[in-house]
Design a protein around this ligand. Structure first.
Ligand SMILES: *Cc1c(COP(=O)(O)O)cnc(C)c1O
Length: 324
C-alpha cells in the first residue's frame, strides 16, 4: 500500500468529473521545434484551458467534492493568479461564494479576470505579509473552505488529468517535461506517468532563481527559500508541499532549472513560430527542451504548456529584443 496523497485512480475519477466541463486541450506539434531539438515534441496546450491555465482542473475537482455545508458557506483561496481564477470560475459554476486573497503585484490581467468571474478579491503584500496566516484567519471567521493552490489531494489529482489526456492522445513517451512551482501539476502528472508508462522519464522544470525543489529532492527533505525573483510568477513558491514532496520523491526522475532569459526565448519561439501566447511560467518545460537543458535527442517528448495569462504590454516588453 502506498501512503502517497494520490494514486492513478484518483486522477481517473477527477477526469470523469471534468468531462464536458474542462476543455480537452489539443496536443500541438512543430516541425521547427522538432528539427531544432532532434526530438518529437508533443505540446499539451493548457494555455488554451478554461481560465487560460491547467489550474481549472484541480480547482474544479476540489470544489465538486464539497458537501452541502461547505457549498453553503463558500470557498477561499490565496494565489498568485491562475489558481485564483480557477477557484473563482469553479465556484461560479457550482453557484457558491468565492473569496480570493491575491498579492497586490499580481499581473493586472489576473486580478481583473478573477473579479470578472464574480469572486471577492483581497490584496496583500507578498514580500511582507504571510498569505497563509491571512487566508486561514478569514476562512475561520467566515466558515469558508480553504483550497490551497497545490498541497491538496483533490487539486493534485485534478492537475494530473492534463497528463492523462496527453498519454491518452499520443501514447508512450520517453520523457515528460512539466513546469514546477509547488508541485501540484508535477505530482499529478508524475502519478499518471508512473502508472501508465514506468519507463517514461518525468522531469520537473523550475526557475533558476528558485530551485528549492531541486535542492529538496537532492537533500531528501523540503527546503524553503525566500520568494524568488523571476518572471515566472506562477512558480514563485517558497517550498514544496507536505503532500506534493513525497509524490515527487517517489515518482519524479529529475528536476532541472531554466533562466529567465531562456524563458523569454521560449515565449518568443512559441509566439513567433508556433503562434501560441504562453506566459513565462507556462514556458518552463518548453524552455528546458528548446535550450538543451535536458538530453532529449531521438526521443518522443511530452511538454506541458501550463498557462497563457500574461498581460499583453508585459509580454511585448519581455520579448523586446529577444533572439528567436
Ligand atoms: C501554478 C502554475 C504552475 C506551477 O504549478 P504547481 O502545481 O504549483 O507546481 C505552472 N505554470 C502555471 C501557468 C501555473 O499557473
Amino acid at each position: 500500500m502506498s501512503n502517497l496523497a494520490i494514486d492513478y485512480d484518483d486522477v481517473v475519477a477527477a477526469h470523469r468529473r471534468l468531462e464536458g466541463i474542462a476543455h480537452r486541450t489539443p496536443v500541438l506539434r512543430s516541425t521547427t521545434a522538432d528539427d531544432l531539438t532532434g526530438a518529437a515534441l508533443h505540446f499539451k496546450a493548457e494555455h488554451l484551458q478554461r481560465i487560460g491555465a491547467f489550474k481549472f482542473r484541480g480547482g474544479y475537482n476540489a470544489i465538486s467534492q464539497f458537501d452541502a455545508v461547505q457549498k453553503a458557506a463558500g470557498v477561499i483561496a490565496f494565489s498568485s493568479g491562475n489558481h485564483a481564477q480557477a477557484i473563482a470560475l469553479s465556484a461560479r459554476l457550482h453557484g457558491i461564494r468565492a473569496v480570493i486573497v491575491m498579492p497586490e503585484d499580481a499581473p493586472a490581467i489576473k486580478i481583473a479576470a478573477t473579479r470578472g468571474y464574480g469572486a471577492e478579491v483581497m490584496l496583500y503584500n507578498r514580500y511582507t505579509q504571510d498569505r497563509e496566516a491571512l487566508g486561514r484567519e478569514i476562512a475561520e471567521a467566515e466558515g469558508l473552505t480553504l483550497i490551497p493552490p497545490f498541497n491538496h489531494p483533490h487539486v493534485m489529482a485534478g492537475q494530473g488529468t492534463a497528463a492523462k489526456e496527453l498519454f491518452d492522445d499520443v501514447g508512450e513517451l520517453d520523457t515528460l517535461l512539466v513546469p514546477l512551482g509547488g508541485g501540484g501539476l508535477l505530482s499529478g502528472c508524475a502519478t499518471v506517468a508512473r502508472a501508465r508508462y514506468s519507463h517514461c522519464r518525468v522531469i520537473g522544470v523550475e526557475p533558476e532563481a528558485g530551485n528549492d525543489a531541486q535542492r529538496s529532492l537532492a537533500r531528501g527533505e523540503i527546503v524553503s527559500i525566500a520568494t524568488p525573483r523571476t518572471i515566472a510568477d506562477g512558480a514563485q513558491t517558497q517550498a514544496l508541499g507536505s503532500l506534493t514532496f513525497p509524490v515527487l520523491r517517489e515518482c519524479v526522475d529529475d528536476i532541472v532549472t531554466v533562466s529567465d532569459a531562456e524563458l523569454v526565448h521560449a515565449m518568443s519561439f512559441m509566439a513567433g513560430r508556433m503562434k501560441q501566447l504562453v506566459e513565462p511560467t507556462g514556458c518552463l518545460a518548453a524552455a528546458a527542451a528548446l535550450s538543451g537543458r535536458v538530453a532529449i535527442e531521438g526521443q518522443r517528448v511530452g511538454i506541458i504548456l501550463s498557462g497563457g495569462n500574461v498581460d499583453l504590454n508585459r509580454f511585448a516588453e519581455l520579448i523586446q529584443g529577444a533572439k528567436e
